[in-house]
Design a protein around this ligand. Sequence first.
Ligand code: F3S
Length: 771
Amino acid sequence: ATHSSTIPRNYASITPPYPTLIRNLEHVRNVLKRPLTLAEKILYSHLTDPVNGLGDGGRIRGESYLQLKPERVAMQDASAQMALLQFMSAGLDQSAVPSSIHCDHLIQASEGAKADLERSIVSNQEVFEFLESAARKYGIEFWRPGSGIIHQIVLENYAAPGMLMLGTDSHTPNAGGLGMLAIGVGGADAVDAMTGTPWELKAPEIIGVHLTGKLSGWATPKDLILHLAGRLTVRGGTGRIIEYFGPSVHSQSCTGLATIANMGAEVGATTSTFPYTSNMQSYLKATGRGPVAQAADEAAAQGFLSADEGAVYDEVIEINLSDLEPTINGPFTPDLATPLSKFGAFIKEQGWKDELSAALIGSCTNSSYEDMTSVADLAQQAKDAGLTTKVSFLCTPGSEQIRATMERDNVTSTLQDVGGTVLANACGPCIGQWKREDKKGEENAILTSFNRNFKSRNDGNRYTMNFLASPTVVTAMAFSGSLSFNPMTDSLTLPSGEPFKFSPPIGKDLPSTGFTPGDTSFYPLPTPEPQPNAEVIIKKDSQRLELLEPFTSPFGNGENLEFPPLKVLMRVRGKCTTDHISAAGPWLKYKGHLTNISENLLITAVNDEGGDVNVAFDHDAPSGTTETDTIPNVAKRMKARDQPWALVVDDNYGEGSAREHAALQPRFYGCNLIIARSFARIHETNLKKQGVLPLWFADKADYTRIGSGDVIQTVGLADLLEGKPDAVIILKVITREGQTFEIPTKHTMSPDQVKWLRAGSALNYIRSMMN
Ligand code: F3S
């Protein structure tokens, strides 16, 4: 029996509109006339025009642009700032779809849950106030600090089989554990959904992962995705959805599936999903959503929530769970996978110290009831034997509901008895919000059950080797303090000299007495009434928040549809990720202040003319000589002179995250055009949204022919803007020395994206459509 009545929520009825979706799908079937994968069913049933949206039904995956209508938006506190500032400038009274804000990223872990929360609320007060006041005005659900981590709250309250939602965070796919498509996007994409504008996605390819066999002993769903990350690598999922199928999907818990979907982001997948299972049904009921489960049962009976017999995938990967052993990935990249049995030898080979310095569990990836009870089982075994952890052992619960249920069921006390500390319900060390006092600047190794392990991510120390593993492996290792310890085969020595060996951990999928909600004041009303007269609070002299000024269109009223002559700011050399374009760390606090954050523009990029970092040349300095300055400063000089500019960049420009500041900032300083050897897909779209034209060199060798201070004139852009999608844009280059030549380019602009460019930004276009 579930005791959902104790959960003070009215989220029970948040059900996708199954009858409409199923009807939409019938239209699509009439066009496609072939078996569909589950991901296709969910995507195509959310087309804004299911009758004509797929054209003649030819090749779609990897080719066509889909115009979609997501059902919900979730935003975390760091990315919500820019998302809301953009939404505000669209001028609507309320969000067109139910939306929520989650305060989780800005809470710093240091002493423990209570003190950390109080301190972080004070230090981020103006941001939280802004978010809360915007939520009030526009009728958005506001989950205040302490309520939990975005993805766990979405899974517990909003996620439902067959649904399509967007989240302004790369691990949004976590909700795929409930058999839906949840996609991580930038704020401008969230604004599409919130303004009721069709959200455009290039139809992804679909990888099928066929699961057979049975997990046993220490192997968990986390190990499945760690293993798969090793096989696919960090790029293997780019532009693709991972859809799992096969008998063994049904033997995993819903939260285990969520862990797998969460880390699909690590291979670059658009999202991951699973067919509806009875464990999903149980999870929906246990979290107070019986009506959603019932509706999903009916939709599943009509074949909506699984792939059709004979559906074809772009690639199929076979995984036999019976062969899977615990896996440890890292350091510094999530796709360096080593089976647990070989990990000791791996450490030795590398010549690394066989020493663990901290063990961290929880986060959005792994803080389910099942994870926590499995971990508590190990802690209890150790406690009974008289052991405590050898290293700092920290746990971040994913939500207030998990925290309170852990406490009630003595999980918390068991962890504390062996030396564990339970942190606030927030991201904490997973996003670097960890005030770590030891090992500063020293090489050391940590194990976490989180999802990402880029350099410096957790404690800001680039010498910290961060390994990813299941929560149970992390916990067992915390008792040994050594990296070569294999809890499946090795024993620890008790103070008495006796050997002690862990039994494989046993956890519980769901609490037998139901979840307890904990502090009920954390739960907002579902889709509250908007209050159009409420004021959005931004302090006058705020250094952290600033209203957005719309970007002006470079084409004015349309009398000239070529760009004005553009000056080249610089030629960027080599790898240039969104981190190079808009650095994180101390700059995070300016996420809501475009003027302030723009001071970090390209500060770690390499100038191909000279090879220096953060150096650019101003060829039009008032002194009459070429002056050298930082990149943001030269960009600012050009802005001050009203000189629009262009950037020449190398391969895979903008790889990494969906960070839209990397597109907003150059645009803010006056960038109109970026010419690349190639672009990373999400960043390329972000540029288009902000009104920057991304062009590809038709011949990559032309990259070296353009330098700083050269002037570029476009020829053929007017054709594109006037609706000729096949228009070829030629760049007429006049070098600093006065030489002229032409360079052919390619573009990937869809008809809608052309309208954004002409309007100066997607937001300008949306605003013009509203009026
Ligand atoms: Fe937060 Fe880490 Fe997840 S930053 S949202 S806990 S990936």
